[in-house]
Ligand binder design. Structure first.
Ligand code: TRP
Length: 342
């Protein structure tokens, strides 16, 4: 298996990112069959599809790299890098632009959402964003791509691009690209805002009380949990009793995810408890989970050289893996590369 996935360096990782994706990446490293490889990268090239601040992009990239390592992505076992240091991603995107169809891109819901009413003013990069994402996985011959629900459509597109390219420019016996399968880890928890159980926990929520940041200290974590919005009812002992109580469901979901349990099991244990008792218990578990992560994160952030070295080493390995596929794509398309091929 070759597992490839990316995350945008948005700065400030929070509990939603951790329980939704990053923890599963870290676990995947342990669970793969021998001979498998994981490549995890910061999708910094994707960041310029929206208005951005260069200084902020740089610090967010470094910060996110530190956060991933702190969360357990082991740069000795996985290949951790940022796209901008692996030019094969951008190069392959250009080649794939010849295969991707405007009609396919027009159907991408993320473009519609992000461009909003001002489609004419959106960057061309926002429109071709999914082609870069296809290049990200195809250039590494990914067999499996862990993605959340919102990215399934982009992965489908990557498969369509790969299939058309193989069909148009290669043979069935010798395809240039592997068609990647999406994987949605079964325990990818959907973590909601602590202030509004109907909204996803998000770094762009104006209220910092809505999220637990991986950099929050224990006092902040406790305070946020205790102030989390809830209702006056005690916890039910069965899931049905959480119907129409999104904030209560969210806290139970977080507890279940942190203790590797299930909502049903947590309710079986804590049913009948009021939030006056449940919140401190949840706070305790959260603090214990985050303590080693934020300690490692804070240490690493102060060691710029260590982060640079990790990314440089990851990028070197990623380039090595990407080059043969990129060359095969150039060659299939009929480009003269001056090295005697074709
Ligand atoms: N677009 C993804 C997101 O916003 C990030 C991403 C970029 C990605 N390239 C990828 C995810 C390749 C998986 C595979 O979450």
């Amino acid at each position: 298996m070759r597992v490839v996935s990316g995350i945008q360096p948005t700065g400030n990782l929070h509990l939603g990112n951790y329980l939704g994706a990053i923890r599963n990446w870290a676990r995947m490293q342990d669970e793969l069959p021998d001979g498998s490889e994981c490549l995890f990268f910061l999708a910094d090239l994707h960041a310029i599809s929206m208005p951005h601040d260069p200084a902020q992009l740089r610090s967010a990239t470094l910060e996110m790299a530190a956060a991933l390592v702190a969360c357990g992505i082991d740069p000795d076992r996985s290949i951790l890098f940022n796209q901008a240091q692996v030019p094969q991603h951008a190069e392959l995107q250009w080649l794939l632009n010849g295969t991707a169809r405007i009609g396919w891109l027009n159907r991408m819901t993320q473009f519609k959402d992000k461009s909003g009413k001002n489609r004419e003013g959106a960057s061309a990069a926002l429109f071709t964003y999914p082609v870069l994402q296809a290049a990200d996985v195809l250039v590494h011959q990914a067999t499996h791509v862990p993605v959340g629900e919102d990215q399934k459509q982009h992965l489908e597109l990557a498969r369509d691009i790969a299939a058309k390219f193989n069909h148009d420019f290669a043979s069935e016996e010798e395809p240039v690209f592997t068609l990647p399968e999406p994987i949605s880890p079964p325990d990818a928890a959907r973590i909601m805002s602590l202030r509004d159980g109907s909204k996803k926990m998000s770094k762009s929520d104006p209220s910092d009380m809505s999220r637990i940041n991986l950099s929050d200290d224990p006092d902040e974590v406790m305070k946020k949990v205790k102030k989390a919005k809830t209702d006056p009812e005690p916890l039910p002992s069965e899931r049905d009793g959480l119907e129409g109580r999104p904030e209560a469901l969210n806290l139970v979901t977080i507890y279940a995810a942190l203790t590797d349990s299930s909502v049903d099991a947590v309710l079986a244990d804590h049913g009948g408890e009021g939030f006056g008792a449940f919140k401190p218990a949840l706070g305790e578990v959260l603090v214990e989970t985050l303590r080693p992560i934020s300690a490692r994160f804070t240490d690493l952030l102060q060691d710029r050289e260590a982060i640079d070295a990790i990314l440089a080493r990851g990028a070197a390995k990623a380039r090595e893996r990407a080059v043969p596929t990129l060359e095969a794509a150039y060659s299939a398309l009929g480009f003269v590369r001056g090295d005697g091929t074709r």
